[in-house]
Design a protein around this ligand. Sequence first.
Ligand SMILES: Nc1ncnc2c1ncn2[C@@H]1O[C@H](COP(=O)(O)OP(=O)(O)O)[C@@H](O)[C@H]1O
Ligand SMILES: C=C(OP(=O)(O)O)C(=O)O
Length: 515
Amino acid sequence: MLKAHYSFEKSGVFNPKQVFYHLSIPELFEHALQKKEGILSSTGAFSVLTGAYTGRSPEDRFFVDDETTHNLIDWGKVNKPISQEIYERLYAKMMSYLQQKDVYLDDAYVGTDPKNRLAVRFINEYAYCSIFVNNMFLEPNTQELQSFVPDFTVFCFPRFKAIPGIDGVRSEAFVIINFKEKKIIIGGTSYGGEIKKAVFTVMNFLLPQKGVLPMHCSANIGKDGDVAIFFGLSGTGKTSLSADIERRLIGDDEHGWSEQGIFNFEGGCYAKCINLSKEKEPQIWDAIRYGAIMENIYLAPDSRQPDYTDNRYTENTRVSYPIEFIPNALIPGIAKHPQVIIFLTADAFGVMPPVAKLTTEKAIYNFILGYTSKLAGTERGIVEPQATFSVCFGAPFMPLNPKTYAQMLGKKISQHGSRVYLVNTGWVGGPYGIGKRIDIDYTRKMVKVAIDGTIDQNGYHEDTVFQLLIPNELPGIPNDILNPGNLWNNHSDYANEAQKLKNRFDEVMKKYLPL
Ligand SMILES: Nc1ncnc2c1ncn2[C@@H]1O[C@H](COP(=O)(O)OP(=O)(O)O)[C@@H](O)[C@H]1O
Ligand SMILES: C=C(OP(=O)(O)O)C(=O)O
């Protein structure tokens, strides 16, 4: 449907040439192809290059600092404050850029739980960003569309670039959230991740105020209705491990935990594709078809065949597809309280056990600590795994004090008796460069026994450095893998590295303890 004179705002500031309102996916594909935003791959997925910023750029993300947010946002973290004045100037420039341009407008919900969802209007410069929005968020029905009143509006204009130094931002790319005006402006980057993670940040700000815990986690559900959630920073395995042929997918990245249970914020998935194989990740492989969007994946020039091993544009290659593309996904993504919680950490030092059980106290400690690695390509400038402490396994997107989220999580774990495990999807046998990343088949086995509870059968022993409970034995997994020190060539090197990391943990936690 073409709404040529869609009135965005009563002020009449906007004067786009044409407003394409809620186009169908085939229409959007047609537009994106005609405008040469990308090409069709041999799989039928639309393939785009998202430019210089192929991953997250935390230093380009800001909140407008005002009375709405000032006492709530934890300014010590990744995103930085920016003044209303700087925002207004940039916003006005963006609006003047928008004059007489075609725009794509989509109204969508974020949150499968009607009581806790956000109504968001997306205004995009690119047709393919509109496909991304269609894939990733929830489509209102006809009646809901007619009475749709946005709680937030997102403007995404990748070709509009800021001038650092003049515009008060740090590079030509920027993502600014203005809670007072309920707007998000994105410029200079067309990485789809910025759209979804900016909206996620808004949910993470608003939901705790309604008593709902927002979580950077994936979720799935077993045949008996048992729910498992997987927290983890980008690249640690949320998407890969929650896509499990024996369980139904609830969502791959963002959920809320309310008094009723958990709910997905999204309606689609955003999977990493580097080294993707049909054998190891069959569900994701099969989801790459017409309707999906590939970002930064190299296609052979003649055959347009994707090469998932090629990282010439970035390691952070992606595909976005509607959750329906995963067979047997749970739709809508609403389920009861999780019985099992898994913290995914990618340890680049090779000293954390591949799986350990956590007491509630240790769970909260590890949640706040958020020890993991930034994996190559997930942030600008990251070319190899780099140790990081990302509170709540999602520091760039969690604007409130981490204690807010941690206290809510602790209460929920105790209330619902959830069992908690730490799973290291990172390096074993030595640090990055010497050891190797643990085989995903082993990780899947560990996740399986953690979820079905058989992990408890042979008891645990305590690791002396981190005081984590390591299973004594697990069927189908060599014992050496369970105990990180055993795979190192030199045990004292292992002991030194492990102690060094533990000392860093203690330093970081000084800031937060007691809760
Ligand atoms: N042991 C492992 N466990 C999980 N993922 C692994 C493992 N080894 C390699 N990988 C790869 O790491 C990436 C994990 O990415 P993804 O699941 O998209 O992370 P997230 O959803 O947390 O951002 C995938 O490319 C996956 O193939
Ligand atoms: C989209 C992102 O997150 P994730 O890798 O967790 O999907 C991102 O950090 O850019």
